[in-house]
Write a protein that binds this ligand. Structure first.
Ligand code: ATP
Length: 199
């Protein structure tokens, strides 16, 4: 998997459209304290489906929208695009490039799209599940994460291996299917009660 480019507009400190190109090999982002280095990784996490505002270092989702400065008004929308090279079919999509976009408005509305097609957060999560770059993926190792993994319990470590092994997607689907099954059982017993009453 290769992240070629990230485009930010209105996201945190990036009020104007900002493009960060990642060339092959290792890329380092350097800059003074408070210049927005971590905001770039926040942006990546955000597009990959992060919903926990604390992980995004805010107190509400609106905090990801440029909040204004002394000389500039706040903006009404944040947009981030991640552009992946898909020539090796990392994503099961028939495109050489995959562009995942997330937008949020001050009204609270959100929009997601993959290669220009509007979709739901759930679709993006499914696309990323088991790729290792999803919300719970191990591709972004934040400060303190290594310690957390090493000192975490067996269950948390197991989750990490499950995602790497590609079985997390099936576990999530199993939970969804079990819920549907339980609902269907409930409906059936209600119908049986009604039949008994009618008889
Ligand atoms: P350090 O090296 O200290 O970790 P950094 O380069 O990683 O710093 P960030 O934490 O990415 O910096 O950026 C912090 C800056 O982003 C702060 O100046 C903060 O005011 C600004 N910022 C965060 N959210 C917003 C927002 N919603 N609107 C405008 N600016 C924001």
């Amino acid at each position: 998997m290769y992240l070629k480019r990230i485009e930010l507009r209105g996201f945190k400190s990036f009020a104007d459209k900002t493009i960060v190109e990642f060339k092959q090999g290792v890329t380092c982002i350097v800059g003074p304290n408070g210049s927005g280095k971590s905001n770039i990784t926040d942006a990546i996490r955000w597009v990959l489906g992060e919903q926990r505002v604390k992980t995004l270092r805010g107190s509400k989702m609106e905090d990801v929208i440029f909040g204004g400065t002394k000389h500039r008004k706040p903006l009404g929308m944040a947009e981030v695009k991640l552009i992946f090279d898909n020539r090796e079919s990392f994503f099961p999509l028939d495109y050489e490039e995959v562009e995942i976009v997330r937008r949020v408005f001050r009204s609270g509305d959100s929009e997601y799209s993959v290669n220009g097609m509007a979709c739901r957060l759930k679709d993006i999560r499914e696309l990323l599940m088991d790729t290792g770059i999803g919300r719970e993926g191990y591709s972004i190792i934040g400060q303190g994460k290594i310690d957390e993994i090493l000192s975490g319990g067996r269950d948390e470590r197991r989750l990490l291996f499950e995602e790497a092994a590609g079985i997390l997607k099936y576990k999530v689907r199993k939970v969804e299917a079990s819920k549907k099954l339980a609902n269907t059982h409930d409906n059936l017993s209600r119908i049986e009660d009604i039949i008994v009453e009618i008889e």
